[in-house]
Design a protein around this ligand. Structure first.
Ligand SMILES: [Zn+2]
Length: 156
């Protein structure tokens, strides 16, 4: 997006989550991060984060919301990584993303094999990994799944 739009999106983030940290470094870092994104999708990401995040989102959370706004929760790495890379997880997790099960401890998806062999199930929470994988090595739960979990937890 062009510089004016970068400014517009960052101004919105500052308005939704006011912060004491208004340093030029922080701004420059966010501007650099957000520049490769498409502006309308970035605005939709801000909309969705505004209603789900109590605190200013991290860049990782922003990217996740952006991918969800693109209708592409975790199958594909998006702009902002510098490269656009397709990752096919269908072998390990099943091809129907709606059927994926996420770990309540780390929010990573649980592979079909783990589900068949080493499931840890906690009443009231759900499934978790026997050993949580390193961050970034498995797809993670989209924010609406996390939100559902938080709402269920609150309802108890
Ligand atoms: Zn886990």
């Amino acid at each position: 997006m062009i510089e004016d739009r970068v400014n517009e999106v960052l101004t919105r983030i500052g308005a939704v989550w006011p912060s004491k940290d208004t340093s030029d470094d922080t701004y420059a870092e966010w501007a650099r991060f957000i520049r490769p994104f498409e502006v309308k999708t970035a605005q939709r990401a801000v909309d969705s984060l505004a209603s789900t995040c109590k605190w200013r989102p991290s860049m990782a959370e922003f990217r996740e919301a952006y991918n969800v706004a693109l209708g592409n929760p975790s199958g594909q790495r998006m702009l902002g990584d510098g490269v656009q890379q397709t990752i096919d997880y269908s072998d390990s997790f099943g091809s129907a993303q709606d059927d994926w099960v996420y770990c309540f401890a780390c929010w990573g998806a649980i592979t079909l094999e783990e589900r068949a062999t080493t499931p840890h199930y906690t009443e009231g929470h759900g499934m978790r990994h026997a050993n949580c994988p390193r961050r970034g090595t498995v797809p993670t739960a989209p924010s609406h799944i996390r939100l559902q979990y938080e709402e269920k937890k609150r309802a108890r």
